[in-house]
Write a protein that binds this ligand. Structure first.
Ligand code: BTX
Length: 325
């Protein structure tokens, strides 16, 4: 109901819409309309009411309901079907469930708040209500499972390009899935899949982005390592527009990738990467490798040359750049 009401106001931007017209379009009583209007006000929308004229939306809250995203969305399929939640444990869980039930490629699950957002290796991802972006994209590429790390790298390129277009800010990618701004973590990407040993059924790309948080909005555990677009750029960002831009960038890169392979994505990824061409510590579950990050392979694997000249293929690790060299 809230979605329908918001749609009416967005279609009549700046104009009054009578209570009677709203009650007809929603198929509910005038009292119910009033209750829904109050609910929108509680959600941060500023709505005027005037006798004999009705209601008018004065300012939009920075909402990310599907129709708010769709007014900017220029994709052919990615995000054209969206499932929106005000609050959910994790969009990844919801997307996995939808994928298992057979939902088509391009469906996106999005939430205004996550109460149990997940990072890699069971770590926590904080997604604050009204200020962040938390979404999971459902893809169905015909790929062997070992190729899916390439999709994480593709996602990072899409997000960095969309941020640049939307805000002018230039981010950096730290292999494999961190996007940093001024050296602090801005975005986390979590790519998971449902697959047989030799064929992927679905890939779920989870993207968490700090948009309008201020420093005090981050908890003590991350306030020194995290940043947001608003902190870096000094202004409030329209989340719906940014989401639409990320989905557009993602879709064309994904189409390029499917038709021409990773070699088209790789130079773009390298151009934004800060981990290649530096000395790094690659921390894995049981091991740490120190050496020179030579580059990535066409499969998205990081190549690190240790001090004895041996080249290691790193499939998954946390990277720390050695700033002393
Ligand atoms: P990661 O394991 O690389 O990063 C997790 C680490 O990042 C945490 O241990 C913490 O130190 C730090 N961190 C947690 N929250 C934030 C934050 N908001 N900003 C900066 N640093 C933070 C990264 O995992 C992958 C995250 C994917 C999140 C998306 S959101 C949509 C989807 N749903 C879901 O549950 N996860 C994904």
């Amino acid at each position: 109901m809230k979605e329908k009401l918001l749609k009416i106001f967005l279609e009549h931007e700046g104009e009054y819409v009578s209570g009677e017209k709203i009650s007809q379009e929603l198929g509910c009583s005038r009292t119910a309309v009033w209750k829904h209007i109050e609910e929108l006000r509680k959600n941060g929308y500023k709505l005027d009411s005037a006798p004999r004229k009705g209601y008018r939306m004065v300012t939009k809250a920075n909402g990310i309901h599907s129709h708010e995203i769709k007014q900017y969305l220029k994709t052919n399929y990615l995000g054209q079907e969206l499932t929106y939640y005000d609050a959910i444990d994790s969009t990844q869980y919801a997307a996995h469930k939808l994928a298992q039930e057979g939902i088509g490629e391009g469906h996106v699950v999005i939430a205004n708040e996550q109460t149990a957002g997940r990072g890699r290796l069971g770590r926590v991802w904080h997604s604050r209500s009204d200020t962040s972006i938390s979404m999971s994209l459902i893809l169905r590429p015909t790929l062997p499972p070992q190729k899916t790390p390439q999709i994480t790298l593709l996602a990072a390129v899409a997000v960095v390009r969309a941020i640049k277009k939307n805000t002018g800010l230039t981010c950096e990618i730290k292999w494999p899935n961190d996007i940093l701004l001024n050296g602090k973590k801005l975005v986390g990407i979590l790519t998971e899949m449902q697959a047989d040993p030799d064929l992927v059924h679905s890939v779920i790309v989870g993207i968490g982005l700090n948009v309008n948080q201020q420093k005090e909005d981050f908890g003590e555990d991350i306030e020194e390592i995290a940043t947001s677009l608003s902190i870096a750029g000094g202004k409030t960002i329209d989340r719906a527009r940014l989401i639409a831009d990320i989905l557009s960038e993602f879709e064309w890169l994904y189409e390029e990738y499917l038709s021409k392979g990773f070699s088209t994505i790789r130079p773009m990824w390298e151009a934004y990467s800060i981990s290649v061409g530096t000395y790094i510590y690659a921390r894995m579950i049981k091991d740490v490798i120190y050496g020179y990050a030579k580059g990535i392979t066409d499969d998205g694997v990081l190549l690190v040359e240790d001090e004895h000249g041996k080249v290691h293929s790193i499939y998954s690790a946390d990277i720390e750049i050695d700033t002393s060299r």
